[in-house]
Write a protein that binds this ligand. Sequence first.
Ligand SMILES: NC(=O)C1=CN([C@@H]2O[C@H](COP(=O)(O)OP(=O)(O)OC[C@H]3O[C@@H](n4cnc5c(N)ncnc54)[C@H](OP(=O)(O)O)[C@@H]3O)[C@@H](O)[C@H]2O)C=CC1
Ligand SMILES: CC(C)(CO)C(=O)C(=O)O
Length: 291
Amino acid sequence: MHWLVAGTGAVGSLMAVNLRRVGEHVSIKPRVPGKARAIEIIHAAHSLEFGVQQFPIEQPTQIFAAIKAYDVANFLEELKQAPLPAGSSIVLSYNGMLENEINIMPERALHWVTTHGAYKNGNEVVHAGLGESWLGWARVEHASSSRPAELFSVLNNALPLLNWSPAINQRRWQKLAINCLINPFTVIHDCRNGELLQHNITELQHQVAEEICWLAEHQGIQLNSESLVESARSVIKNTANNYSSMLMDVRQQRRTEIDYLNGFVARQSAAAGTAAPTNETLWRRVLELSA
Ligand SMILES: NC(=O)C1=CN([C@@H]2O[C@H](COP(=O)(O)OP(=O)(O)OC[C@H]3O[C@@H](n4cnc5c(N)ncnc54)[C@H](OP(=O)(O)O)[C@@H]3O)[C@@H](O)[C@H]2O)C=CC1
Ligand SMILES: CC(C)(CO)C(=O)C(=O)O
């Protein structure tokens, strides 16, 4: 299979080196076209070179795009301008949700949700935490269509363990909830995930979770607020030493994904006629702190 990985971010680089390791043909599509014909990624003390390719693409290609939520709309617009040949698919991975997702998801798009952790240190990618992933068709009308067997098998070999998930949106809502229950608090308290256990946030987390459950149910997804707070607590314990991605973004003066997490919950709840005051407060507070 031919693969085209969007950018050289942490997750994209990790997938690029692992796809190469299992014998796939992998190129990289930088955000901005440049003169470079090859891009170096270092992994586990090995330097690997990847050819550079931009859209349009002429042969069937599997696109892997692990990009920030605020870049998704532009990326999909680029794809719309340069439609892919038949037999291509687009694997998207990002935290949070977009209001207009239903309208912009391409036919052959899949969501890849992961608990693997990675970060970049210059050209080097570090696989910081082993996890597992879930793959499913992005468009609701394709949810029960069969899984693309070869694509699934290659991704599973490259970065196991991969689960096929016809209910990928359920999984995405759970991930959104966990991020809403952890990330903004680490920014507000400027602390590692594990240090949250020393702060008195349980009551607030219950309110965040209940607001998310209401909205999810309104959109046809069943979640349980007690289980969400419990899961967030286990993630906090399992990642106690980590700084959340949102705190890292704030510290490095990068845009955060808060608009697509607690901000998404606040705006969508308001649009559905209900306030989500705790998510709204966290959203505004993180925006202030990261301004
Ligand atoms: N890192 C992790 O451990 C995890 C991350 N996630 C989520 O996955 C997503 C990606 O995370 P991460 O890899 O850390 O993010 P990064 O910011 O490290 O990487 C994103 C990459 O996407 C590239 N990009 C954006 N738009 C385009 C475009 N139009 N064309 C080509 N490349 C593009 C960026 O390019 P440029 O370099 O030019 O900005 C960047 O290289 C996020 O939503 C994150 O929350 C989820 C689980 C774990
Ligand atoms: C689960 C958590 C909070 C782990 O750090 C994460 O996904 C993030 O930092 O964005």
